[in-house]
Design a protein around this ligand. Structure first.
Ligand SMILES: [Zn+2]
Length: 151
């Protein structure tokens, strides 16, 4: 569905088509991240989980509790931020995680726009940059034979 390399890793999208995702979103599905923290010696790091796709009516308790447990196991003892971040993650996760739906949709939108094919400035024929070698001195339009702008 997405171009390789720049894709956003989202848990829960496996096997869903773009139409199914849009359908789920229209029914109230959302993208969320859970928070957790880990402490190393005296440093405590606040982290966000991978993005999860949560369908409408789907529970987040299990997914949230895993990250809260990580904080309780690995994060809480770091002074002074461990307990603070652990409590924050406990609250965020038990409220269903942090909603990042808007940010994800904007990122997907941008990605879709940037993957649109460029067109020949001379005749308007669309071309695929992957059809051309990056090390070629010049690219020529397959339609009109004039020089194409290299990206
Ligand atoms: Zn052309």
């Amino acid at each position: 569905m997405r171009k390789e390399g720049e894709s956003i890793d989202i848990i829960g999208l496996e096997g869903l088509s773009e139409d199914q995702i849009k359908f789920e979103l229209s029914r109230g599905a959302r993208f969320v991240v859970f928070q957790y923290c880990i402490s190393i010696i005296i440093l405590t790091f606040k982290r966000s989980s991978d993005i999860y796709f949560i369908k409408a009516g789907e529970g987040t308790f299990g997914k949230g509790i895993i990250h809260t447990l990580i904080s309780l196991l690995l994060g809480w003892w770091g002074v002074p931020w461990g307990p603070i971040y652990t409590i924050q993650s406990l609250i965020t996760n038990s409220c269903g995680g942090r909603d990042v739906t808007q940010a994800v949709l904007e990122a997907v939108q941008k990605e879709t726009e940037s993957s649109e094919r460029p067109a020949c400035p001379h005749c308007g024929a669309e071309y695929n940059v992957n059809d051309y070698r990056q090390d070629a001195p010049e690219w020529f339009c397959a339609q009109c034979g004039k020089t194409l702008p290299k990206e």
